[in-house]
Design a protein around this ligand. Structure first.
Ligand code: 5GP
Length: 206
């Protein structure tokens, strides 16, 4: 019997945000790999170019601007935003609703604008977490260590990061990604509390 059948509850909606380069996707992926909660990460859609190593439908749904526009016009997106003044990013409803309906929690790794949209649409029915590095210097180092990015883009991302950090107070929880395992533990505690599961309950297969 799955979690929803046992409890009849909608799976939680977990919004994880924070500057580009902060390691938020890694923290979320590590939590998913622990595989002790009925949880999935929504694959979001973007109009930006696919990077080396990224897989369409797994990393993102890589859409043309036309496809993206049609999806927004047809009401198929839960939220969307223009990020870095450059590319569109958004969450298709099909990545969220059907999973929550069967009690599976859905994690959205999205930018601060998207998080604010969801807060306005679902004031109660979601939990939000802001992830940051211990300092801007640490963030800059991480951004520069990415091989496939230009100086312009690093500067753009740092500028956006400053604006995002100024909005960290809008989130329900804040996590400093100093040590990866600790950050994953903190995220797990928040997510677990949304399922209202006891700390040592049995894993659920989904
Ligand atoms: P990147 O280009 O580095 O993969 O992502 C850039 C930013 O877009 C990140 O902050 C990421 O969290 C955000 N992002 C990814 N998917 C979505 C989405 O569906 N909606 C919104 N609002 N932001 C997203």
């Amino acid at each position: 019997m799955d979690h929803a059948t046992r409890t009849g509850a909608l799976g939680p909606l977990v919004v994880v945000s924070g500057p580009s380069g902060v390691g938020k996707t890694t923290v979320v992926e590590r939590l998913l790999r622990r595989n002790n909660l009925p949880l999935r990460r929504a694959v979001t859609a973007t109009t930006r170019d696919q990077r080396v190593g990224e897989i369409d439908g797994i990393s993102y749904h890589f859409w043309s601007r036309d496809e993206f526009r049609r999806a927004t016009e047809d009401g198929r997106m839960l939220e969307w935003a223009l990020v870095f003044d450059r590319d569109y990013y958004g969450t298709p409803r099909s990545e969220v609703d059907q999973y929550r309906a069967i009690g599976v929690g859905v994690v959205l790794v999205i930018d601060v604008q998207g998080a604010a949209t969801l807060k306005a649409v679902y004031p109660q029915d979601r939990v939000s977490i802001f992830v940051m590095t211990p300092s801007f210097e640490a963030l800059e180092q991480r951004l520069r260590s990415r091989q496939d990015t230009t100086e312009d883009r690093v500067l753009q991302r740092l500028q956006t990061a400053r604006e995002e950090v100024a909005r960290a107070g809008e989130f329900d929880h804040r996590i400093i990604n100093r040590d990866l395992e600790e950050a994953v533990n903190e995220l797990e505690a928040v997510v677990r509390s949304q399922f209202r599961m006891p700390p040592h309950s049995q894993p659920v297969n989904n």
